[in-house]
Design a protein around this ligand. Structure first.
Ligand SMILES: [Zn+2]
Length: 119
């Protein structure tokens, strides 16, 4: 990543971090699930080195939405992150696997896609 891209990336991440007490830890992986660009599991955001989603503001906003939401669940609920992941997987199973709806129709993805589209 060149200097300007790095600056842009840091700027967008900070802009969409709701509470600056902590920042995401970014991990870049060569081997990644096919078709995926990024996976957020608080406090980490895993990025596919091939898809380079960190270069796109909408991808960064999308992942920061998940990151902020997971952080809120972690702080507000007992076993918050595990519960977030359990609800996410259950909804994925129902909406995407059983009902064959596109990824953005997953209830927790719909808001993240919306965040990604915002200016
Ligand atoms: Zn997502």
């Amino acid at each position: 990543m060149d200097f300007l891209s790095q600056l842009f990336f840091v700027f967008i991440v900070r802009e969409y971090n709701h509470n600056m007490k902590s920042e995401p830890k970014h991990i870049y992986l060569t081997i990644f699930p096919p078709g995926k660009t990024a996976i957020t599991i608080h406090p980490y955001i895993f990025w596919s080195k091939k898809q380079k989603g960190w270069e796109s503001a909408s991808f960064i906003k999308h992942e920061m939405y998940h990151w902020n939401e997971q952080k809120e669940w972690k702080e507000d609920k007992i076993f918050g992150l595990s519960r977030w992941l359990a609800v996410y997987c259950a909804q994925w199973f129902w909406f995407n696997l059983i009902k064959h709806l596109p990824p953005d129709k997953h209830p927790m993805e719909a808001s993240a896609y919306e965040a990604g589209r915002q200016k």
